[in-house]
Design a protein. Structure first.
Length: 194
């Protein structure tokens, strides 16, 4: 008798559980899911390879030995992508100058003139510092090229982003420090990662 009672109770419990489960089903079902968007900070230089800025040598004795007029390179473009964190402020891009070997003589300077971001891409691309910047390897934290960057992208390749125009400047007061030779400089661009 005990076996029959236990068996009947088991069948009853199993039947009630299945009936209750069947009652939960309906003509509609749903579930939740999350979307994760990670912060991103990418920077790239497009268009061209290494280059040399070389002043035009003069031919008149007693005159300044070379001209810096028209000595420039505008073949490089700064492309960037940013997705900022909701809790953080905007980003910026800095340029830092360094040398491999001997530094440029005090009689000359490397000048960077960023040209405004193109209309390509999308989002808050920030504000480009379009003034001529005399690059100084001792500038702590580098020189700010773009500030106020939010979530954006500039487009990829030449003609997209910020045109980087490099030129030379003669520092007349230090002309005596100029020596013939090849000087190798590197400009490193960094987008702040908040």
């Amino acid at each position: 008798m005990k076996k029959v009672t236990i068996l009947l109770v088991g069948i009853l419990v199993f039947g009630v559980a299945n009936f209750a489960k069947a009652q939960d089903d309906s003509n509609e079902a749903s579930h939740s899911f999350g979307v994760q968007i990670n912060p991103t900070a990418l920077v790239d230089i497009e268009g061209g390879t290494d280059f040399t800025l070389e002043p035009v040598v003069g031919t008149e004795a007693g005159a300044q030995p070379f001209s810096f007029d028209g000595v420039a390179n505008d073949a490089h473009w700064l492309n960037y992508t940013s997705v900022k964190d909701a809790d953080n402020e905007t980003r910026s891009i800095t340029a830092e100058l360094s040398y491999s070997g001997t530094t440029l003589p005090a009689g000359m300077s490397i000048v960077l003139t960023p040209d405004a971001a193109t209309s390509g891409g999308n989002g808050n691309k920030g504000t480009v510092n379009e003034t001529a910047i005399t690059l100084d390897q001792n500038a702590e934290g580098g020189h700010t090229i773009v500030s106020g960057i939010g979530s954006c992208y500039t487009g990829d390749g030449t003609g997209a982003g910020v045109n980087l125009v490099y030129s030379l400047k003669l520092n007349e007061n230090n002309f005596g420090t100029i020596e013939a030779g090849k000087y190798t400089a590197t400009v490193t661009y960094t987008i702040s990662d908040l």
